[in-house]
Structures are given as structure tokens and as C-alpha cells.
Design a protein around this ligand. Structure first.
Ligand code: BGC
Length: 519
């Protein structure tokens, strides 16, 4: 059986025989739990450092200072760089781990990298949970960070390599869905564990991350590695068997041949890092490897994810209402992700980016304006209930916009646009940039809020405007395009075609073959 050919933006792309089998769904589900442990830490971060017993135990002097502070200006809350650095240490550790993830996924495969990552996480979370002194606590946090860095490198790659092109968007966005579930889970764990008498509830919150990580570790033992990764490591027999199994058809010759060809091309790349940065052949991919994660963080989303409780308190919410509001934004985040799951392979990546981006800009301007109208420049005054509700409402509109655009696309696009030769290296760049700027935004948010005041929302709004224009002009549509045929989308793009050096006859050969099949 030969694959069909589908027409997409005037270019014909192949569809290989096969379907979404139960194995693929199961394997992608396991891999996507990596998103859950990442999200869990995003959600845990804010809760932990505002837990009194935790602060008294590990940061007593900061706790004393915090108690003494009298808030006059609502924009300038207590800010300890040291405390935020402790929070950020997880993401900084993940930044470093991302660089090791490249060589690891190449040498040992996606599956074993996931296993190693999850094991490091389990160990780190348990260590953090039982820690009696600061060195133990920090070691646990760094190990968890390493687990996060490695797994969010391997997981999107794994999913995109397993999935048939037609459903790649949908399956890959399960990763983002798990991130949002992880955030929500952490928000709720924070809340319930803080009610445990005796002040040790934070230990449960910290150690609980070991549960989803354990699921990945055990699950990784049961799932196959991707055919691409098996071929890359020379095990072609298992690769062929796995491909037939995951596609659910006997004859996978065509897809297998294309994967082998891609692998041969990849072997010609002696040093992926040098090639990516200095080879000159991968300018569009390098641009997106750097800018997609940078822009994703500059949307300001983690201001909401890390600081929603602080923010809602700033606008005058009581402790309980504050918590309820962050659970509401958490739920909006989870449910809006389904919009992307259901539409990414139909309306395409660009449409989601452009719609979501526009929605985010408008809501950021409104949130900034509402806060500005109430607190002005001085940050004094109180906010009426109606205003506060409006703010929560537009924060939700903003979160929804992110949840079907930059959230999922921030991981989907990088996982599908890199050619195999530089795929692991480019993914390392993406993860490292993402982690670094996650830490960076967390580190500077309180200082920024104190200086920019309500203008902070305009600041992030302006970034979203810039990145939406960038996408409108420079991102080619990638829906339904098999990863091995991605080179075509650059060659056809009005801007990027100038930068793509086509030095193989293979693409011409492929076009000829496709034309033949069409006739
Ligand atoms: C981002 C995280 C963010 C999360 C929110 C992810 O795609 O990488 O930084 O906190 O989405 O859902």
C-alpha cells in the first residue's frame, strides 16, 4: 500500500498509511506526563515561598523582614532577591540540564532520557520533602530541575516523532495540557497541604511531585522508543518493527525509507551545535529555536502563574478569595487548552497564534487600565468589588488566549520544525532559553511591578503585539506536514526561501515521485 498525497498550501505532502493506534496514544500519554511535573513546579513555586512554616524553617531572617514590612504602595510588595533566587534555582538547573539533554537523547534515545529524567525527579522530590536543612532542600530542588530540563526536552520530541503527521498537533498538545493540569494540581495541593496542622504540610506538597514522575519512570519502561531514535542509533530492525506496530499496518516501507533517508542526512552533520549556529544552513530553524521560547515567556504568562495570588491580593482580595481566583485561572488554563487540541490540525498553527495573540493584547491593556484607574501611580487606595471582578475576568480571557496559542505552540512548533541532524541540539536551545527566561521573569517581576506599576501589563502587551506581528510575517504553516518533509515549508516561504540552501537532489526527486503518484 502506498501513501496518499494531500494538497496543502499548493504543496503536496504525503500521508503515510496507518492510523492513530492505541500504542501511540498510550505512549504519548506517558511522555506527556513530563508536562505535568514541569507544571507542578511552576504552580508550587509561588505557594512554597509564601508558606510561613517553610519560611521560618529555611529562611528565618527573610521571614522576620517580611513581617516587619508595612505595605504603603500596593505595587511594591516585599521582595527578597535571595528567596526568588531559591525559587529560580529549579529553572536554572533545568537550563543547564537542557544542554545535556541534546547529547543524551541522541546517544541513549528519547525513551531512556525520559526514564533518567523521571528518576532524578523522583529522587529530588523525595529529598526535598524530607529535608531538614538548606543544603538538602537545595539539592532536591536542583535534582528536580534537572529532571524537568531533561524531560521537557525529550517529551515533545518523543510525541512528535511517534505521532502520524495528521494528528501530530493534537497529540503534542497533550504535553501542554499536562502542564496546565500540573499547575492546577500544585495550586490545589498548596491549598490543602497548608491546612494540615503542625506546619509540615509543605513537605507533602514538595514530595507529591514524585507521584507523576514515578508514572513516567515506570511508563518509560513499557513504551517503545521512537523509530527515528532507533534508526539514529543503528537499530533498524527494531525501528521497522516498532513503526509497523505503532502505525497498525504491515507495510510501512515508505515511511521507513523516508525516516532512514532523514537519518542518513542527519549522519552527515558531524557537529550539530556548530552546524546549527555557524553552518548557515539552518537560519530559519535557529531563529525559531531562540525566539519561540523567548517570546513565550515575554507574553508575561508566568507573572500570572507564579504571582496570581500576590496579584489578586494587590487588587484587594482576601486570602481565601485569592486562592479561589487562582484555582479559577488554573481551570480556565486547562479547559482552554482543549480548544488548541481540537483545532491545531484543522485551522492550523498560525490562526491560533494570531487569534490568541490578539486576545491577549486586548485583555492586557484592559487589566492594566483597570488597575491604573484604581491605584494610579502611587499605588494607594482600595478597589471596588466590581473592578476586582473585571480584573479577574480579563485575566481569565488573557490566560485562555495563551492556552490556545503561545502555550501549546511554544512547544509544538519547536518539536516539529527541526531536521533530524540538528533536532536534539535545537531542542536544547529551545528548552534552555525557555527555562532561563522563566527564571528571569520570576526573578524580576516584583521589581518590575514596583517600577512600571500598572504599566507592566502594557509592557507585556507590547511584547505580545511584536511577537504576533513576527508570527504573521515569518511563521510558515506546518499543520499536516510530515516532519521529514518540513524542508519544503521554508523553501516556499516568501522570506525564508532566500536563506535555505537546497544542496540535495533528494527534494527534486521527492517532488518527481509525488507528481508521479498524483498522475
Ligand atoms: C509555559 C510555562 C507556562 C505554562 C502555562 C507553558 O507552555 O512554558 O512557562 O507556565 O505554559 O500554562
Amino acid at each position: 500500500m502506498t501513501g496518499a498525497v494531500i494538497v496543502h498550501h499548493h504543496t503536496r505532502y504525503k500521508t503515510y498509511p496507518g492510523e492513530v493506534t492505541g500504542i501511540v496514544v498510550f505512549a504519548c500519554l506517558i511522555a506527556s506526563v513530563a508536562g505535568c511535573i514541569f507544571g507542578y513546579d511552576i504552580g508550587l513555586t509561588s505557594g512554597l515561598t509564601s508558606t510561613e512554616p517553610f519560611l521560618i524553617k529555611f529562611f528565618p531572617s527573610i521571614y522576620e523582614e517580611m513581617k516587619k514590612q508595612v505595605v504603603v504602595n500596593q505595587y511594591c510588595k516585599f521582595d527578597s532577591q535571595l528567596l526568588t533566587l531559591f525559587s529560580s534555582s529549579l529553572f536554572l538547573s533545568a537550563t543547564i540540564a537542557a544542554f545535556f539533554a541534546g547529547p543524551m537523547t541522541r546517544a541513549f534515545g528519547r525513551k531512556w532520557t525520559l526514564f533518567a529524567a523521571a528518576s532524578a525527579y523522583v529522587f529530588g522530590a523525595c529529598l526535598g520533602g524530607v529535608s531538614v536543612n538548606f543544603p538538602m532542600l537545595l539539592t532536591g530542588r536542583l535534582l528536580v530541575g534537572a529532571g524537568v530540563g531533561l524531560s521537557i526536552h525529550a517529551s515533545p520530541l518523543y510525541i512528535s516523532e511517534m505521532a502520524p503527521a495528521q494528528q501530530r498537533g493534537m497529540l503534542n498538545i497533550m504535553f501542554q495540557l499536562m502542564i496546565t493540569v500540573g499547575i492546577l494540581l500544585a495550586n490545589m495541593t498548596n491549598y490543602f497541604s497548608s491546612m494540615i496542622p503542625g506546619g509540615w504540610g509543605w513537605r507533602i506538597a514538595v514530595a507529591f511531585g514524585a507521584v507523576p514522575a514515578g508514572v513516567i519512570a515506570l511508563g518509560a519502561l513499557a513504551i517503545p522508543d521512537t523509530p527515528t531514535s532507533l534508526i539514529e542509533r543503528g537499530d533498524t530492525a527494531t525501528a521497522r518493527k516498532t513503526l509497523a506496530q505503532i502505525r497498525g499496518v504491515g507495510d510501512v516501507r515508505e515511511e521507513f525509507d523516508d525516516l532512514s533517508t532523514a537519518s542518513q542526512d542527519a549522519k552527515a552533520v558531524a557537529s550539530p551545535w556548530m552546524e546549527l549556529f555557524f553552518g548557515g544552513k539552518y537560519k530559519p530553524q535557529l531563529t525559531f529555536a531562540l525566539l519561540v521560547p523567548f517570546f513565550q515567556q515575554l507574553t508575561g504568562i508566568n507573572v500570572i502563574m507564579f504571582y496570581a495570588p500576590v496579584l489578586f491580593k494587590t487588587v484587594g482580595f482576601k486570602q481565601n478569595a485569592t486562592l479561589v481566583s487562582s484555582v479559577i485561572t488554573g481551570l480556565v488554563n486547562v479547559f482552554s487548552t482543549f480548544v488548541a487540541i481540537m483545532t491545531a490540525d484543522k485551522v492550523g498553527r498560525r490562526a491560533l497564534f494570531l487569534q490568541g495573540g490578539t486576545q491577549m493584547i486586548i485583555s492586557q491593556i484592559l487589566v492594566g487600565t483597570f488597575i491604573g484607574l484604581q491605584f494610579g501611580m502611587s499605588g494607594t487606595g482600595a478597589i471596588s468589588e466590581q473592578y476586582a471582578m473585571c480584573i479577574v475576568l480579563f485575566v481569565c480571557v488573557y490566560v485562555a488566549g495563551f492556552a490556545w496559542s503561545w502555550g501549546p505552540m511554544g512547544w509544538l512548533i519547536p518539536s516539529e520544525i527541526y531536521p533530524l541532524g540538528v533536532r536534539s541540539a535545537a531542542m536544547s536551545v529551545t528548552v534552555a532559553v525557555n527555562m532561563f527566561f522563566t527564571a528571569f521573569i520570576g526573578q524580576i517581576f516584583l521589581t518590575l511591578l514596583c517600577h512600571l506599576r500598572f504599566g507592566l501589563f502594557y509592557f507585556f502587551g507590547a511584547w505580545v503585539l511584536l511577537m504576533t506581528l513576527f508570527i504573521a510575517m515569518l511563521l510558515p504553516e506546518t499543520k499536516n506536514v510530515p516532519v521529514e518533509e518540513m524542508a519544503h515549508v521554508w523553501k516556499k516561504h516568501w522570506f525564508w526561501r532566500k536563506f535555505v540552501i537546497d544542496n540535495t537532489d533528494r527534494s527534486a526527486e521527492m517532488r518527481k515521485r509525488i507528481a508521479l503518484e498524483m498522475s
